[in-house]
Design a protein around this ligand. Structure first.
Ligand code: GLU
Length: 304
């Protein structure tokens, strides 16, 4: 496997299509030549190639996990009453993202849904909401995580679109009055730093029914894992979710910093990082590499 992953890195490193995300100015500074790939199996074996130590921010790769946290806390019924489960067919940051009659965001993988989900994570008796989210990702990765303050501030300063979405959510009473605080939490969860192996470990936890492969801690109830994975499958790749389903056949989630996580249920988590992204916001090299890996090892859910 390690050899196969190294060959993938060699094969796709010369691929120069795509561009670093520029609507968050700090992300535009990423080194376009970074490329890493990691596989973590449900029993914790790690295979990797490229610079897997290089850190990047989670961005939208955070969304399935915070959705899982909100599900654990509020239950499926409440979550479904506030956030839908339909693919929107729109871009990740579309403002036309609310269902016509219910005004719910279409799903928790697009920005409108994810901002609503973050607003449902509140301070607990002793722990601030941000520390709870940091704790969640520390549990998933197996080590303490931090926020990249420069990326956070860069997004906060330029987030006119996400801010307008949040106000629309407030208008329709999907979220409460703590609009700026909820946006801050959302921007901070997006700015959490991980490396490619961390991201694969997070994916492996979902592949493993919610149990972190190394610590064996239950991070999300087994019952809620299919809720998360089905949404990643239908909505995780935004307006190319259909193309991804057709060619890869696995739940996945991308982030505009260039991270991509893919879950092979019952088997492994796959993660790639490379910051050149396509028009839909997915890492160009990552999509190529995962497609090759899935084809080579026959991992498509529907082929098994
Ligand atoms: N923080 C980014 C935003 O809200 C996340 C988008 C993404 O990674 O797809 O625009």
């Amino acid at each position: 496997m390690n050899q196969f992953l190294s060959d993938l890195v060699k094969k796709y490193l010369p691929e120069k299509h795509g561009a670093t995300a520029s609507y968050i100015p700090e992300l535009a500074k990423a080194d376009p030549d970074q490329f890493a790939i990691a596989v973590v199996t449900c029993d914790g074996k790690v295979y990797q190639a490229g610079n897997t130590d290089h850190k990047f921010t989670l961005q939208s790769a955070s969304k399935p996990f915070v959705y899982g946290m909100a599900l654990e806390e509020h239950g499926r019924e409440f979550m479904r009453s506030r956030v839908g489960v339909e693919p929107s067919g729109e871009a990740f940051n579309s403002i036309v993202e609310l269902e016509r009659h219910t005004h719910r965001p279409y799903n928790p993988m697009i920005n409108s849904g994810a901002i609503a989900v973050s607003s449902f994570i509140k301070d607990s008796k002793n722990i601030k909401r941000l520390d709870r989210v940091l704790g969640l990702f520390s549990d998933y990765t197996g080590h303490a995580v931090t926020v990249d303050e420069a990326v956070f501030l860069s997004e906060k300063k330029t987030a006119h679109r996400n801010r307008s979405i949040a106000h629309l959510l407030r208008h329709f009473e999907i979220i409460g009055d703590d609009i700026e605080e909820s946006l801050d939490l959302y921007f901070k969860q997006c700015s959490i730093l991980v490396n490619t192996t961390d991201l694969a470990t997070m994916a492996a936890t979902l592949a493993n029914g919610g149990v972190q492969p190394n610590s064996k801690k239950v991070l999300v109830k087994k019952d809620h894992v299919p809720d998360i994975l089905s949404l990643m499958f239908t909505c995780g790749m935004y307006d190319s979710a259909g193309e991804w389903a057709y060619t890869v056949g696995l739940p996945a989630k991308s982030g505009v910093s260039g991270g991509l996580l893919t879950v092979v249920p019952g088997k492994m988590g796959i993660a790639t990082y490379s910051p050149l992204i396509d028009q839909q916001g997915h890492s160009v090299r990552g999509v190529h590499a995962v497609r090759d890996l899935v084809t080579h090892f026959n991992l498509n859910m529907f082929a098994n």
